[in-house]
Design a binder for this molecule. Structure first.
Ligand code: HEC
Length: 133
């Protein structure tokens, strides 16, 4: 402990805070949204589309009923990613369904309470626009 103390003091002096558990839970969800949704639902979306451009917007999707924490199957936000391509409103709408693993990540997150980080996190599109060729 004696040896550890200066190190702990240094950590405290650097303002080190324990990781936000909600941010840890949200990390895999963020990756799915940034590769599969944010290209269209980001800052330049049509006003009729639900925003997925930052975590504050996602919190609003929860308060407005798009995402029902604990109930993925009843959440419109989740339902649309499970629709087969031939159903109008399937997301992404381009005939390019997200993988089963990605569906599971979104499902698990909503089931566990759909927690978002305490501080607002900006979401940016990653990789090519999800679109079939
Ligand atoms: C290629 C562009 C594009 C991508 C990628 C995309 N969306 Fe959409 N999304 C749209 C458009 C356009 C609409 C509005 C038209 C409509 O409802 O079909 C929409 C509507 C929605 C709606 C509202 C549906 C309703 O029933 O009113 C939800 C929820 C949604 N998207 C979620 C997602 C999620 C989650 C992802 C990622 C897995 C995603 N979208 C990816 C373009 C996209």
């Amino acid at each position: 402990m004696k040896r550890l103390l200066p190190f702990l003091l240094l950590l405290a002096a650097c303002g080190h805070k324990p990781a936000d558990p909600a941010a840890t839970a949200f990390a895999p969800v963020r990756a799915v949204l940034e590769t599969q949704c944010v290209h269209c639902h980001g800052d330049n979306r049509l006003s009729s589309m639900p925003p997925i451009n930052d975590t504050r917007a996602i919190a609003k999707l929860i308060s407005s009923g798009w995402i029902l924490p604990g109930k993925p199957e009843a959440s419109r936000f989740f339902q649309v990613v499970t629709f087969p391509d031939e159903i109008p409103g399937a997301m992404p709408p381009s005939g390019h369904a997200i993988s089963k693993k990605q569906v599971q990540i979104l499902r698990d997150w909503i089931k566990a309470g759909a927690r978002v980080p305490a501080h607002n996190v900006k979401l940016s599109p990653q990789g090519p626009l999800p679109r079939s060729v």
